[in-house]
Write a protein that binds this ligand. Sequence first.
Ligand SMILES: Cc1cc2nc3c(=O)[nH]c(=O)nc-3n(C[C@H](O)[C@H](O)[C@H](O)COP(=O)(O)OP(=O)(O)OC[C@H]3O[C@@H](n4cnc5c(N)ncnc54)[C@H](O)[C@@H]3O)c2cc1C
Length: 380
Amino acid sequence: MRKWLRRTGLNEAAATGSLATLRRALAGDGSLLDRATDRLSYAHDASHFHLVPTAVATPNDAAAVGRLFAAAKAVGIALTFRSGGTSLSGQAGTTGILVDTRSRFRSIEVLDDGLRVRVGPGATIRQVNARLARYGRKLGPDPASEIACTLGGAVANNSSGMACGTTANSYATLESMVLVLPSGTVIDTGAPDADDKLRACEPALYAGLGRLRDQVRHSPVLRERIEQQFAMKNTMGYGINSLLDFSLPAEILAHLVVGSEGTLAFIASIVMRTVPVLPHTRTGLLVFDDLAAATGALPGLVASGPVSIELLDATSLRVGQRDPAADELLRTLAVDKHAALLVEYQAATRADVDELAETARPALEALPIIGPRTHRVGDP
Ligand SMILES: Cc1cc2nc3c(=O)[nH]c(=O)nc-3n(C[C@H](O)[C@H](O)[C@H](O)COP(=O)(O)OP(=O)(O)OC[C@H]3O[C@@H](n4cnc5c(N)ncnc54)[C@H](O)[C@@H]3O)c2cc1C
């Protein structure tokens, strides 16, 4: 609270009045807590930052978020969304008002026999995938934190994992979103009249998106830069490739929100296309003398079609050695400058994965690896 008072120049009575304004805005559709215990329990997420919020709001629905936006603007305080709280860079923490978006927005509706799914932003990736499993489908984005992170957080961060790359990440598999804009306007970008509604309710935003789209499309330099950046997995920030990929401002807006870290709009609901579960796997840990040998092997390995390749440096190998379930080769290796690649092939059937492994064999046999050339079989 003290930091907020310093920043806003408010005295304590005015600050208390501001919180009362926010509480009134929720109008019973949620809570606003400012006891020390509530604030301190939200002061940490998975990042290194310790930011004690002034209060914690838990709105029940999109309309309540819209009213909260208006009230926060009126009293001059920022809202920051916190979902699973697994972000590593502090983007889900604040000394302003922390909005808990995990507790209430947890619905999961499977559509079209699992080909699509409508999800509240507070449902965890694991919960959604558990519902999709019986259809042999799953979400594309696959961050390693899937047990605790939510789809809202994954979309807002454009989180990736080992397998989704740029072809099955949030941007690539997003169909539509219900967004609450800072003005309070609620837009379902999947509705047939979404673009008309955006133009009518947010004329300046609509025109601005159109201008940006045209500017990027008419500049070969910008086009080339964006195409190059977004062909790579490790590009972050607003999904500005949407200015090239989509024409309608409502669709551009939905895809700009991917990677926006809560700075453009509140995501109230998300429809995602799903990807097939590939249950048959062949996994190998390839150990090399050093990092250069491991990375030198990548072109041939990538061409052999694995779903993921994970690099382990010497420190990671030493950590892995402490696992009692680790392979004999790993446990007995005198790790010096060694590095390893954990390579996995996946397919829908056993025959397909065997064929993949067989096709990859020449590439694997040509590599200067240490130890046996065996792999682990994973069949359901
Ligand atoms: C052990 C571990 C492993 C991880 N592995 C990976 C990995 O493999 N790949 C990867 O990319 N990341 C990884 N992460 C980082 C993090 O888990 C992911 O980015 C995750 O998707 C964040 O989701 P969350 O629900 O925790 O979101 P939060 O951390 O709560 O929020 C993330 C961002 O989204 C915003 N936000 C949340 N909800 C909404 C909403 N409804 N509307 C608008 N904005 C919203 C927040 O303000 C914040 O900016 C890992 C983290 C940990 C701790």
